[in-house]
Design a binder for this molecule. Sequence first.
Ligand SMILES: Cc1cc2nc3c(=O)[nH]c(=O)nc-3n(C[C@H](O)[C@H](O)[C@H](O)COP(=O)(O)O)c2cc1C
Length: 406
Amino acid sequence: MDSEITEDRGSAPTVVLGITGCIAAYKACELTRALVRDGVRVKAVMTEAATRFVGPLTLRTLTNEPVAASLWDDPATAPVHHISLAEEADVFLIAPCTANVLAKLATGRADDILTTTALATEAPLVIAPAMNVHMWRDEATQFNLRVLRDRGAIIVEPATGELACGDVGEGRLAELGDILDAVRAELGRVKDLAGVRMLVTAGPTYEPIDPVRFIGNRSSGKTGFYIAEEAARRGADVTLVTGPTHLRDPFGVHTVRVTTAVEMHAVAMEAYETAQVVVASAAVSDFRPAVPSAEKTKKEDAPSAVELVRNPDILAEMGAAKGERTLVGFAAETSEIVAHAREKLAAKSLDLVVANDVGVAGLGFASDRNVVTLVSGEGEKQLSEMSKRALAREICDWLGARQARR
Ligand SMILES: Cc1cc2nc3c(=O)[nH]c(=O)nc-3n(C[C@H](O)[C@H](O)[C@H](O)COP(=O)(O)O)c2cc1C
């Protein structure tokens, strides 16, 4: 037996490697060897079709771990194998990934051990597709890829060249080095915010005019929720203070729900006392009605004007009492985005401003996608259009890198 696979890897990071029914399945063996050489514990999970291309015994030998190739394995050895595998994964890599498994992942199907484990895992999903060029270009495949990317999956794009079927074009499994880089990057992120006490604010605030009417805004809260969830996954101890949204509490996050800016101010400033990192993504209303009516105002009594008063500027207050904390703010702009972000950076003593271009039709507030520039003391980073989940990962990357420098 190979000496590399006999050492104890009890505390090693775990990659669950999904293998599907492609000609390139044999390359999963090389990937396994490289990961094992990195000190990673690899647990292979195979579709039935994959076992026709490469034998489970080969993977069993290379990983020195049992191989999961059926949902219906002996329950004495693996009681609910897909759930234990899902929980053990620090990264879930599927390489190579068929068009078929891409489609199943995009629609949440779970009819074999691989797709059931993928649905059950909280780990980041890295997918390296491999297929014939026409299968790759098919609209259905491209649609499935978009769905998966928007959900936060990392797609390692296939390379272009001669394919096993004789066609030439894109569809070859990416270079193994590129797949390994993507996995290593995800493993590096795994606990880069470990133990960091973090406060995230999110969502709009509702400022009552009377018991049924309010002044609000169109913030969905998604970006803040995704940041809170991603940071918690990376080991941070996260408190999320959110205004009204329809979103569920993120997994592993202490979530406090408030309604008005004044309530958000009270809860956020209390959590601020002990926070080391603050991400203020809430769209806090600047004003509130001076005297909200205790009773619902009748149609015929409609006031000709509603007097407004300023709400507390939570972020400015945090900036004024900043100490050693890292402060991240957001700016929604339609023009001179970077210049306005720089002004905000200085005025509120922020370390990073996520400058959001809300002037682009279909992006921003109500959408799932954003175009942003990260503006900090070190410079600017213009990000391409991406999902809010991917943006959450970028912001946590920035925070993780900053924590590492401290
Ligand atoms: C020789 C051969 C090679 C194949 N190569 C691929 C491939 O590279 N990519 C792909 O998506 N499907 C490929 N297929 C088709 C899949 O094996 C088929 O869709 C199967 O149902 C996939 O099962 P799975 O996705 O559960 O692994 C190939 C089939 C055969 C017979």
